[in-house]
Design a protein around this ligand. Structure first.
Ligand code: PHE
Ligand code: ZN
Length: 849
């Protein structure tokens, strides 16, 4: 018997299911509050399993009847599922259950969004649709019949028949239940087609609610580019007659790779120049690619159990990064990814939620769709590729697809193909999957008789459940630069395997300046004594675009940390270097825009805490303000000059080139606004003919404490567009001065459009509040309290989104005792809420520590 108390699941306890599923037939009779799901499942004993317990997962299901080989049975039912006596021979299971899609606010299983039926089954949502061995290693062929009085009825695979009020689908590819999908509603499609490399014509359809048709063109182009890229780069061809994408307004995550029927949060697929920013376009292109790439890395080859999540996610994120790098600028993409890693993954890896890329236990798997599994998981694959080289990587991938097609695999399977192709022993490399925490690498150097020596020492601090750490394999890409700025050693990958290791370079004419960790070749924290003049030298001369940016970042960071803890002036080397770079017309505008960027305030707080200094959010905010003023001062008239030079005159395109110019002009306008009181930003707001420029102008005005009239006009113009109104909510909080952020957020929660059951709207408000560092950490604790109030309110309806939002508190131990005490009160208040979900209680107890 199972009980309802949260159980911990362990990787080491994996056992195959006692039966294999030979086929699945599902019939849906749709009705908002009483949908009937009839299942007919052919089971046979699994020769690979010993235990023949016939347990089927099932949650919130009303069982109408169940039969085995046509005979009625009375299974033993618990809140988690049912157990029945099953034969040790092939048999047919049939069951009929009733579910309530309209009452499903958790957005897992079958639910309704704006009158449309849709499903979300990853990770464990299928068990809310019918009784089933809902685990990724049970794969089967699904045939689905949908009966419903709606114009569009979709499921996985190929359509096999349809008529008034019904449709049938058959998916020939065996799949786990988490990839099942069904959509039914009043939808319209944008249609296109793609000829695959072997000449199969695939019908492409992007389904939206009527009224959103004008936002589909970009997504369709992105899909075709993705299909072509996966053929060209990985030799992966699509394998069904149709590929459907559906946009859904209420969705917990970004998108879902259901076989042949990808379902997207509408914010991650719908785009038009009027309503989407350049950043939205880039992100949408990447997510469409990501979900499409899952067809091979996720669907054809899936995960044995949820501990192996990074097998599909790390690899697919790595693949979508490669795609974006190819479609746009590789250095810019790399810098964006590292910024993202430092913003989201490093705090996770170095705080109470730290877990390995392949976790070893969990209570609620939904809590492990994390930056560590996804982004660090992708970094691990990048390191593997760097270590074995591009050719061996390609060979290993071919072997992976050939050997494991149709299987549910593990990280061991993945690493084995690399071992087989290269003859390497990856035992030590595997620590990247099992050890949590970000390695810190200390670098010292030595110069004598023409020989230059770099010495590295790696340590990883203890993390929850892992007091001791072993050395990891680190690919450290280095280059050496001579005093005159010439490169003395081109990028070379040093392979560090020991706790301490030295590498020497001889025959050098003069002591070089090292450029270490080029391209961010390993996801580590580099610790090296350096001077600002050396950083300025690298900023001027490094041939590696990532490290050149990194040198500027280090200068900015160093000066900000000093400013946040004392009364120092901004560093002159930094401002001089910045001015020189801004003038360098050989540098891509997107790259120069990144150069103007500063480390985030939360990141600075983390760096201070790392140095044993308690961060003061207001002091950090002031330091950033002060440095922004200093940038504006130092760049002077160059700001206007470059602003004019980077205007786009051609018709709007969301491509890399135009986006880069707009990003640079936008960053410049923020500085100009500090000097001209908002004159240019107002002019831009009036003239803007696309959402990127509109939002740039509006955010400049808000930051300058203006923009009230524009904000009202913006609302009036866009009040019927949910995705644009999400931006309207978000922007006001993001740009609010720290002392106003909480009250702005609080007031917005009373706005009639604050539809808090919609995850996008909830995140627009509370994601923005927690990202406004000094605002959220307002010394009164009002930010903590507001967030906790709403988490408590949302939890009974939508545990998954509530639990994700709890991460706002994950860094709480960094702050002063007064703030910590205030946060502890809120964490305890959430933890003691009656009937708290398993999702949220697991998160809060891990964060509370
Ligand atoms: N598997 C999805 C992706 O990475 C993410 C997701 C997880 C979506 C769980 C919904 C639920 O693309
Ligand atoms: Zn994914």
């Amino acid at each position: 018997m199972r009980d309802a108390a949260p159980e911990t699941v362990y990787l080491k306890d994996y056992k195959p299911f006692g039966y294999v599923v030979d086929s699945v037939h599902l019939t849906f009779d749709l009705a908002p509050n009483a949908t009937r799901v009839t299942s007919r499942i052919a089971f046979s004993p699994n020769p690979e399993a010993e235990d023949r317990t016939f347990f089927l997962f099932g949650e919130k299901l009303k069982l109408i009847r169940a039969t085995i080989d046509g005979k009625d049975i009375t299974p033993e039912i618990t809140p988690e599922g049912l157990t029945a006596a099953a034969p040790d021979a092939p048999f047919i299971w049939e069951a009929e259950v009733e579910i309530d899609p309209a009452g499903n606010t958790a957005l897992e299983g079958l639910y309704m969004s704006n009158g449309m039926y849709c499903t979300q089954c990853e990770a464990e949502g299928f068990r809310k649709i019918t009784y089933y061995p809902d685990r990724p290693d049970v794969m089967s062929v699904f045939t689905v019949r949908i009966n419903g009085d709606l114009p569009v009825l979709l499921s996985n695979g190929n359509p096999t028949g349809q008529g008034e009020g019904w449709a049938e689908w058959h998916d020939p590819w065996p799949k786990p239940s988490y990839l099942f999908a069904l959509v039914a509603g009043d939808l319209v499609a944008t249609e296109d087609s793609f000829p695959t490399i072997s000449g199969q014509e695939v019908a492409l359809k992007l389904w939206v609610r009527p009224g959103d048709e004008h936002k589909t063109a970009f997504g369709m182009e992105a899909l075709k580019k993705s299909m072509k890229w996966d053929e060209d780069s990985y030799g992966r061809e699509y394998d069904l007659k149709v590929f459907n994408i559906v946009a859904v307004d209420d969705f917990n995550m970004g998108a879902m790779e259901n076989k042949g029927l990808n379902i997207f949060n509408s914010s991650c697929v719908l785009a038009s120049p009027d309503t989407s920013t350049d950043m939205n376009f880039e992100r949408i292109e990447a997510i469409i690619a990501h979900e499409y790439f899952h067809n091979w890395t996720g669907d054809r080859i899936t995960c044995r159990d949820w501990f192996q999540l990074c097998l599909k996610e790390g690899l697919t994120v790595f693949r979508d990064s490669q795609f974006t790098a190819d479609m746009r600028s590789a250095p810019v993409k790399r810098i964006h990814d590292v910024i993202d890693l430092r913003t989201r993954q490093f705090p996770e890896d170095n705080g109470p939620l730290s877990h390995p890329v392949r976790p070893e236990s969990f209570q609620e798997i939904n809590n492990f769709y994390t930056a560590t599994v996804y982004e660090k998981g992708a970094e691990v694959i990048g390191m593997l590729k760097r270590l074995v080289g591009d050719a061996a990587y390609a060979e290993a991938l071919d072997l992976y697809f050939a050997r494991h097609d149709g299987q549910a695999c593990t990280i061991e399977d993945w690493l084995k193909v690399f071992e087989d192709v290269t003859g390497r022993d990856l035992t030590q490399f595997k620590r990247w999957y099992s050890q949590s925490g970000t390695p810190r690498v200390k670098v010292t150097e030595d110069w004598a008789d023409g020989t230059y020596t770099l010495s590295f020492e790696q340590t990883t601090l203890p993390t929850p459940g892992q007091p001791e750490k072993l050395p990891q394999v680190l690919p450290i890409a280095v280059g050496l630069i001579g005093p005159n700025g010439d490169e003395l050693l081109e990028t070379t990958v040093l392979e560090m395997t020991e706790a301490k290791q030295s590498f020497s370079f001889d025959g050098l004419p003069a002591r070089p300046v090292p450029s270490i960790l080029r391209g961010f070749s390993a996801p580590v924290i580099l610790e090296r004594e350096s001077t600002n003049s050396e950083r300025a030298f690298l900023l001027a001369h490094d041939t590696d675009p990532f490290n050149r940016w990194e040198a500027g970042r280090a200068l900015a960071q160093d000066t900000l940390l000093k400013m946040a803890t004392g009364t120092t002036d901004p560093d002159a080397d930094y401002l001089d270097g910045l001015r020189a770079l801004m003038r360098d017309e050989t540098l891509d505008p997107a790259y120069r825009a990144l150069m103007l960027g500063l480390p985030g305030q939360a990141e600075l707080a983390g760096l201070l805490a790392d140095r044993g200094v308690t961060p003061d959010p207001m002091a950090i905010w002031q330091a950033v303000e002060h440095l922004r003023d200093a940038q504006a001062q130092a760049l002077g008239p160059l700001l206007e000059e470059l602003y004019e030079a980077n205007q786009v005159t051609d018709p709007y395109q969301p491509d890399a080139e135009q986006s880069g110019k707009r990003a640079l002009a936008g960053a410049l306008l923020r500085l100009i606004t500090r000097r001209d009181g908002g004159a240019r930003a107002s002019a831009l707001y009036a003239a803007a003919d696309n959402m990127t420029l509109t939002l740039t102008a509006l955010s400049c005005l808000l930051q300058a404490g203006q923009g009230g009239a524009e904000l009202a006009a913006f609302y009036d113009k866009w009040k019927d567009d949910r995705l644009v109104i999400d931006k309207w909510f978000m922007l006001q909080i993001a740009e609010a001065a720290p002392e106003r952020a909480v009250s702005v957020a609080q007031a917005l929660t009373e706005h009639p459009d604050f539809n808090w059951r919609n995850p996008n709207r909830f995140r627009a408000v509370f994601g923005a509040l927690s990202a406004n560092h000094a605002g959220f950490h307002d010394a009164t604790g009002a930010g903590y309290q507001l967030l906790a109030d709403w988490l408590i309110r949302l939890d009974p309806l939508n545990p998954q989104t509530t639990a994700r939002m709890c991460t706002a508190f994950q860094t709480w131990k960094r702050y002063d005792p007064a703030r910590q005490a205030k946060i502890a009160v809120e964490l305890d208040r959430i933890a003691t809420t009656p009937d708290l979900s398993r999702d949220t209680s697991e998160m809060i107890s891990r964060i509370r520590g």
